[in-house]
Design a protein around this ligand. Structure first.
Ligand code: FES
Length: 150
C-alpha cells in the first residue's frame, strides 16, 4: 500500500471503482433518492433501510466517473450501521472538506478514511463528482426523491 497520500488516493479510487462496495438496490427499503450531476449527466440511485434511527443497510447503483463511484462505495461503507444524525454530520463535513472549508488536519471531524478525498478541493470540476453520493444521501434521509448537484 502506498504511503504518499496522492498515490494512496489514486489506488483507493481505482480499487473502489473496479470493485464498488454495496453496489445494487435494496428490494425493500425505507428511503431512496436519485442524484443527478447536470454537468456530465451522470446519475446515482441510493436505497436505504433505516430502523430505529440507524442506517441498517444502504446500496447504490448508477453511472458515474471513478471519483463518483469510489465516493459512493466509501460513503455507503462509512455510514452503514451509523445513526442518521451522524451520517448527516459526515455529509456536511465531507462537503465542507472537498470545498476547502474544512481542513481534516486541524478541524474536528468524523470522516476517518474519507479524508482521502481532501485533494478534490484542488480539482474544482471534480467536486460535484465526489459530493453527488453525499447530496443524494442527504436527500434520501430528508425524504426528497431527487437531487441535482447544480
Ligand atoms: Fe459525472 Fe464525475 S464526471 S459524476
Amino acid at each position: 500500500m502506498a504511503t504518499d497520500p496522492r498515490e494512496l488516493y489514486q489506488q483507493v479510487i481505482i480499487e473502489h471503482n473496479k470493485k464498488p462496495r454495496n453496489f445494487g438496490k435494496l428490494d425493500t427499503h425505507t428511503h431512496h433518492a436519485d442524484g443527478h450531476n447536470p454537468l456530465c449527466g451522470d446519475q446515482l440511485q441510493l436505497t436505504l433501510n433505516v430502523v430505529d434511527g440507524l442506517i441498517e443497510d444502504i446500496k447504490f447503483e448508477g453511472h458515474g466517473c471513478a471519483i463518483d463511484v469510489a465516493s459512493a462505495s466509501l460513503m455507503t461503507g462509512a455510514v452503514k450501521g451509523k445513526p442518521v444524525a451522524e451520517a448527516e454530520t459526515m455529509a456536511d463535513q465531507f462537503r465542507s472538506m472537498v470545498r476547502g472549508d474544512l481542513d481534516p488536519a486541524t478541524d474536528a471531524h468524523l470522516l476517518g478514511k474519507l479524508t482521502l478525498f481532501k485533494g478534490v478541493k484542488d480539482l474544482p470540476s471534480r467536486v460535484k463528482c465526489a459530493v453527488l453520493p453525499w447530496a443524494t444521501l442527504h436527500s434520501a434521509l430528508k425524504g426528497e426523491a431527487t437531487v441535482s448537484t447544480e
